[in-house]
Design a protein around this ligand. Structure first.
Ligand code: GDP
Ligand code: MG
Length: 182
């Protein structure tokens, strides 16, 4: 039996994006299959874990959450250290949250110092696509995809943590991307 094929990989995933875009909600939806309208600032654990299988590889995703310090863009070195995948999140209804993405990207590169920034796995999620009263959407899918393409074809998903839309798909892509990090 090939032991290496059954060895579980521990993958650290961090979520970056403005406060209120739905980072905690997306993690809760995926890891605990639940959604709350209100979250208290995260208390206690720094991360949640979820085990899954990607092809023949057993994977433990360690998904790091914040206690709201992203409000001040000061997440601390431990948050970034050893990340295998970095997921950017914005709210498709809030232009400012999209415009912040570039500074989150810069902040990641500065703090995490990945060996090869061009090869490092990033993803972008446009969350809250369920909010549709006809004119709440502020950032088009096209604009978001252009941002991703200008950063080396970063994968892009539009999600709803509330309605559980595309969350599973996004996390499978996250796990696969994280697995490519050496
Ligand atoms: P964070 O600060 O990025 O962690 O954002 P939270 O996960 O705390 O979410 C902020 C608020 O947005 C909460 O009231 C959530 O219930 C709400 N929210 C999160 N995701 C969605 C979504 O997909 N759709 C809608 N309508 N609301 C959401
Ligand atoms: Mg949060």
């Amino acid at each position: 039996m090939d032991v290496s094929a059954t060895k579980r990989r521990l993958l650290k995933v961090i979520f970056l994006g403005d406060s209120g875009v739905g980072k905690t909600s997306l993690m809760n939806r995926y890891v605990y299959k639940k959604f709350n309208l209100q979250y208290k600032a995260t208390i206690g654990a720094d991360f949640m874990t979820k085990e899954l299988r990607i092809d023949d590889q057993l994977v433990t995703l360690q998904v790091w959450d914040t206690a709201g310090q992203e409000r001040f863009q000061s997440l601390g070195a431990a948050f970034y250290r050893g990340a295998d995948c970095c997921v950017f999140v914005y709210d498709v209804n809030v232009t400012k949250s999209f415009e912040s993405l570039s500074s989150w990207h810069e902040e990641f590169l500065k703090q995490a110092e990945p060996a090869d920034p061009k090869a490092f796995p990033f993803l972008l999620l446009g969350n809250k696509i369920d909010v549709d009263d006809g004119h709440s959407r502020a950032v088009s899918e096209k604009r978001a995809r252009q941002w991703c393409d200008s950063r080396g074809s970063m994968p892009y998903f539009e999600t709803s943590a509330k309605q559980d839309y595309n969350v599973n798909e996004a996390f499978i892509c996250i796990a696969k991307a994280a697995l490519t990090n050496e």
